[in-house]
Write a protein of this length. Structure first.
Length: 108
């Protein structure tokens, strides 16, 4: 997907996750979040879409080494091999993990 922002054409590597996902792509269906105006991260991803590392980091708020440490300890969903040098995570597994965390607010 590529997006035109001002005079800068954003595509592929080097573009941030937000920039690459700012506009709907041609593959969006009628049920996609772009048409519905949904702002919730969990609802923006189709049930079994594949998330790349940058997306997992953004969703969980964790760092790369923490993610891989939790995977090694069996406390985080494992990545799936997408290609020789690419891995991804099933979005429903990531959102289930986030929902299962007992997160408390600071100061309260």
């Amino acid at each position: 997907m590529s997006v035109l922002r001002g005079k800068r054409h954003i595509s592929g590597r080097g573009a941030s996750f937000r920039e690459k996902n700012a506009a709907p792509g041609p593959a969006c269906q009628a049920s996609c979040h772009h048409q519905q105006g949904v702002g919730n991260n969990m609802e923006q991803h189709h049930a079994n879409s594949i998330l790349r590392l940058a997306q997992v980091l953004e969703i969980t708020g964790l760092g790369r080494s923490t993610i891989y440490d939790l995977i090694r300890r069996g406390e985080f969903p494992s990545s799936r091999q997408l290609g020789r040098r690419a891995v991804g995570w099933i979005s429903s597994e990531i959102f289930q993990w986030v929902a299962s965390r007992n997160i408390s607010r600071k100061g309260g």
